[in-house]
Design a binder for this molecule. Structure first.
Ligand code: SF4
Length: 94
């Protein structure tokens, strides 16, 4: 199996606007990101190399890049966020 590539934020620069990486200003992750495998720590904060502005990502619903939760749309059209382990357990019991 291929080894998972570790993304690092090497070369990122802290500016007044935030952390700049390859010309993109990155904002720290939000609470909902906690547990996501894509989080990369940089100095005393955590960032997401996949999505530069996690807060906006989550404001629109569920982050579709998240590795720790999965979004389900229920019958009423409401988006439900399920922790992955729980949803796996539920799938097995079906
Ligand atoms: S992929 Fe989504 S959930 Fe994961 S850290 Fe990035 S913004 Fe947060």
């Amino acid at each position: 199996m291929a080894k998972k590539k570790t993304i690092s934020l090497e070369g990122a620069i802290k500016t007044d606007a935030g952390l700049t990486y390859k010309g993109v200003v990155m904002e720290p992750i939000v609470e909902k990101c906690e547990g996501c495998e894509r989080i990369v720590p940089f100095e005393d904060e955590k960032y997401c190399p996949t999505y530069a502005q996690p807060e906006i990502k989550w404001a629109k619903g569920v982050c579709n890049f998240a590795t720790h939760v999965r979004a389900d749309v229920d019958k009423t059209g409401k988006v439900k966020v399920n922790p992955l382990k729980a949803s796996k357990r539920a799938a097995r019991g079906r």
